[in-house]
Ligand binder design. Structure first.
Ligand SMILES: Nc1ncnc2c1ncn2[C@@H]1O[C@H](COP(=O)(O)OP(=O)(O)OP(=O)(O)O)[C@@H](O)[C@H]1O
Length: 248
């Protein structure tokens, strides 16, 4: 029987070295064909959640389940092999390499040339700019186009869930809108997405499910439109009231 969730982080406790815990009993679940968005104040632990999910940080308690299999304690390479692909915060495109070379880096663990060709065609189709600029230096692309190269690279392992850390960072509002459209395309093409964002309101507008993280726990989770419409949540975490709502 297929699992109800592609990724489950259950009751996770995690932190860095001897410092106090950052995550204190956090639970996040990602259903198939969904974009789940984690929002919360600076330093709440959003990026730490993704590091735990991708095996960069081993939790001190709790478990990680991918499509029904407990994968807690696996290395980043093993997590990638189980179907979790992490796109880190900031820009990770190699500017002096071509777009194609950047994308193919994501397929370094894939040995079958035919599979690599099939997946290359898939990402070129999903992100047309990647196909159009395949042979050009990646450094010549705009910030939003480079993001698409990063997304394409992450899809070359055919992941179950892509983990996106602040995909809108450094992008102007128009480009941000385009990047969120590309994220929805990834979901529609069959890859679930867990993303974290500072730009909470904008991210929730494009997400299916929202999770509000504070003090190392998820305090509220639900359909993103409901979270967006909640005036209390708006004031506390989303930088103001929903549009059109009168003041008390
Ligand atoms: N490598 C690290 N070593 C030690 N502490 C760290 C490390 N990375 C993060 N932290 C600490 O963990 C806490 C949570 O950080 P994290 O980056 O997960 O938060 P965040 O919610 O993503 O923040 P932001 O929105 O500002 O990016 C912070 O107090 C931070 O200082």
């Amino acid at each position: 029987m297929a699992s109800e969730f592609l990724l489950e982080l259950n009751d996770i406790e995690a932190g860095y070295g001897r410092a106090a815990l950052v995550l204190r009993g956090l639970t996040v679940r990602v259903p198939p064909a969904s974009v789940v968005c984690l929002v919360g104040p600076n330093g709440a632990g959003k990026s730490t959640v993704l590091k735990v999910a991708s095996g960069m940080l081993t939790p001190r308690a709790g478990n990680i389940v991918v499509d029904g299999d407990d994968v807690t304690g696996k290395s980043p390479q093993q997590m990638l092999a189980t179907g979790l692909s992490h796109v880190l915060q900031g820009h990770s495109v190699f500017r002096e390499m071509t777009v194609g070379e950047n994308v193919l880096l994501g397929a370094y663990s894939v040995k079958d040339r035919k599979v690599i060709e099939e997946r290359s065609s898939f990402v070129k189709n999903l992100f047309p700019i990647v196909g159009e600029r395949w042979g050009q230096l990646a450094g010549l692309l705009s910030g939003g186009q480079q993001k698409q190269v990063e997304f394409a690279r992450s899809l070359m392992v055919s992941p179950k869930v892509v983990l996106l850390d602040e995909p809108s960072m450094g992008l102007d509002p128009k480009t941000t809108t385009k990047v969120f459209e590309q994220i929805a395309r990834m979901r529609d093409a069959g890859t679930a997405v867990l993303l974290v964002e500072q730009n909470a309101r904008r991210a929730l507008e494009s997400a299916d499910i929202g999770c509000v993280l504070d003090l190392g726990k998820v305090h509220i989770t639900g359909p993103a439109p409901e979270l967006l419409a909640d005036p209390k949540l708006g004031e506390l975490y989303l930088g103001g009231r929903p549009a059109g709502l009168p003041a008390d």
